[in-house]
Design a protein around this ligand. Structure first.
Ligand SMILES: CC(C)(COP(=O)(O)OP(=O)(O)OC[C@H]1O[C@@H](n2cnc3c(N)ncnc32)[C@H](O)[C@@H]1OP(=O)(O)O)[C@@H](O)C(=O)NCCC(=O)NCCS
Length: 173
């Protein structure tokens, strides 16, 4: 079982919990990714993947923060940041198709930023397809900036130190 980082309700009143995954959650994570639609997988990974064991195992081999949103004990959304010793990370997020549009993505986005900051991550990036308006809107709302187009994808950066400075400035004003 993961480590509880949030407990609350969604916009429609559904109770939701967010946990930081541990290696014991391996099977649940594999099951989650394999339940995503092909379109969702493509938007998340920019390729079609059918078996997620290698990906999930790679998360637990390196430095990674993996957050799982759960409704009725079912994993319905996952956000992760894989990072290196310099405090640089790569982030990704996905929500089960039938649970999208309820605020789970936004909640995970906010919490992954908080957890990343707590773990000393200074900056992380994400790739988003230019047609993926929902993910793009969400990333921009959470303070990302589009840095460049790369191989048909948008490369966005979340400068967590910059976000801290921005927050301080707002509080001072
Ligand atoms: C992107 C994704 C994680 C969003 O999850 P979600 O639970 O549906 O998101 P939410 O309900 O919290 O909505 C998040 C934001 O998306 C934006 N949004 C929602 N629907 C939208 C739409 N139809 N058009 C444009 N923006 C939209 C809004 O900014 C919304 O924020 P708000 O609720 O404050 O207005 C989900 O669509 C998903 O899993 N997509 C496939 C994987 C993917 O694209 N990952 C990103 C690349 S790593």
């Amino acid at each position: 079982m993961g480590i509880l980082v949030y407990s609350g309700v969604l916009k429609d009143g559904t109770p939701v919990e967010v946990e930081r995954a541990t290696p014991e959650d391996r099977e649940k994570l594999i099951h989650f990714y394999e339940a995503l639609s092909a379109e969702c997988i493509y938007n998340r990974f920019m390729s079609i993947i059918r078996y997620f064991d290698p990906y999930v195992d790679s998360l637990f081999r390196g430095n990674a923060i993996v957050l799982m949103a759960k409704v009725n004990d079912k994993v319905v959304g996952v956000a992760e940041v894989v990072y290196d010793d310099r405090g640089m990370g790569e982030s990704g997020i996905a929500v089960l198709d039938e649970y999208q549009g309820k605020g789970i993505g936004s909640l995970l986005g906010r919490l992954i930023i908080e957890e990343a900051k707590k773990n000393g991550i200074k900056k992380f990036y994400a790739y988003i397809l230019p047609t993926n308006m929902k993910a793009l809107q969400m990333a921009l709302k959470h303070g990302a900036r589009i840095v460049k187009r790369y191989s048909g994808m948008l490369y966005l950066e979340f400068d967590l130190e910059g976000l801290n400075k921005g927050e301080r400035k707002t509080r001072e004003n």
